[in-house]
Design a binder for this molecule. Structure first.
Ligand SMILES: *Cc1c(COP(=O)(O)O)cnc(C)c1O
Length: 360
């Protein structure tokens, strides 16, 4: 069966060369006689896979030497609690920007540990824009500032990096990390669940400035203590070995593609192609402020929602799958992460134009 173009928000498509290499190495990784999933995480084979993946990620993101890179489990949602546990440093307050469904969840979890100052919120317009820097009402006593640069469900993305007057900036980059270059030095901590733009589910990446770790609140579970994980090279217990290996193959693929500058050009082109045809049509609509439209997740509605089911069914027959929007937003959503080729976006554009011509 032919592979489809899968527009799922996550778990999402993986690059075909990565899957092919994993297949070729499935029964015997480089003469070891084993699948990577069968290897001891403390053996020299897996240690080399793990070290290479970290080195490649550091190279791709130009991660400064004073940052630790952790390969953890538990998804981004576990970081919603690990962040306050590790970064409050005895303080009782943190600033959070409320810009969509994922920041709402991060805020709800942080409230279990501290007083949350919602420094900006865009719920009044159903999360269809990003707040400006001038709107951010940052608290003087906040231990850190947390935000979600790309809201996966609403398709809203910050067009700038917030300035926080020296407070550590924490970013949930689950659906945008590796889509373009990032100046890591502007952040205290970056985290991301892998299943959007990095690799398979089961792996979570944390990039954290060294001086911020080592003062967790009393009662922090050992597994959630960043210092323990950093000192143990993310092997305090058995790490998600196979997911780590696949992410490493994705990093190599990104390097082969020319790195994150090259990905940024491709991703900007893919997003523009979709938004352009949506804006040019009265049949499709995207409600997000053009300044704050996501490169990765493109939600759109049809003028006549009664055609939604037909749209999804015909798209699926055309090999374009998982286009249904999140239940909280409705309509459609095309997630176009790194692994979605430009041909996939072209196929979607052609389908949408033909659907409008025949049904509009
Ligand atoms: C998907 C997603 C999450 C949740 O990730 P899990 O790994 O399932 O916990 C959190 N934040 C953002 C921005 C996401 O896109």
């Amino acid at each position: 069966m032919a592979r489809v173009y899968n527009f799922s928000a996550g778990p999402a498509m993986l690059p075909e060369p990565v899957l092919s290499q994993a297949r070729d190495e499935m029964l015997d990784w480089q003469g070891s006689g084993m699948c990577v999933a069968e290897m001891s995480h403390r053996g020299k084979e897996f240690m080399s896979i793990a070290a290479q993946a970290e080195a490649d990620l550091r190279e791709l993101l130009k991660i400064p030497a004073n940052y630790k890179v952790l390969f953890l489990q538990g998804g981004a949602s576990t970081q919603f609690s690990a962040v306050p546990m590790n970064l409050l440093h005895g303080g009782g307050k943190a600033d959070y920007l409320n810009t969509g469904s994922w920041s709402k969840k991060a805020i709800a979890e942080a409230r279990r540990f501290c007083e949350v100052n919602v420094a900006a919120a865009t719920d009044d317009c159903k999360f269809t824009r990003a707040p400006t820097q001038e709107e951010l009402a940052l608290g003087a006593e906040a231990a850190y500032v947390h935000y979600t640069p790309n809201e996966t469900i609403e398709g809203v993305e910050f067009p700038y990096v917030p300035e926080t007057n020296g407070k550590p900036l924490v970013a949930d980059m689950s659906s945008t990390l590796l889509s373009r270059p990032v100046d890591v030095s502007k952040y205290g901590l970056i985290y991301a669940g892998a299943q959007k733009n990095i690799g398979p589910a089961g792996l979570t990446i944390v990039i954290v400035r060294e001086d911020l770790i080592g003062q967790p609140i009393a009662g922090t579970p050992t597994m959630l203590d960043y210092k323990v994980q950093a000192d143990g090279d993310s092997m305090y217990n058995t790490p998600p070995t196979y997911a780590w290996y696949l992410a490493g193959l994705v990093f190599q693929w990104l390097k082969d593609k020319g790195g994150l500058e090259a990905m940024a050009e491709i991703n900007a082109r893919k997003a523009k192609r979709l938004y352009d045809i949506i804006d040019a049509s009265a049949f499709y609509n995207n409600p997000v402020d053009p300044q704050a439209r996501s490169w990765m997740n493109v939600p759109f509605t049809l003028a006549n929602p009664e055609l939604d089911d037909r749209f999804l069914k015909e798209a699926k027959s055309a090999g374009l799958t998982t286009l249904k929007g999140h239940r909280s937003v409705g309509g459609m959503r095309a997630s176009i992460y790194n692994a979605m080729p430009e041909e996939g976006v072209e196929a979607l554009v052609a389908f949408m134009q033909e659907f409008e011509r025949t049904q509009g």
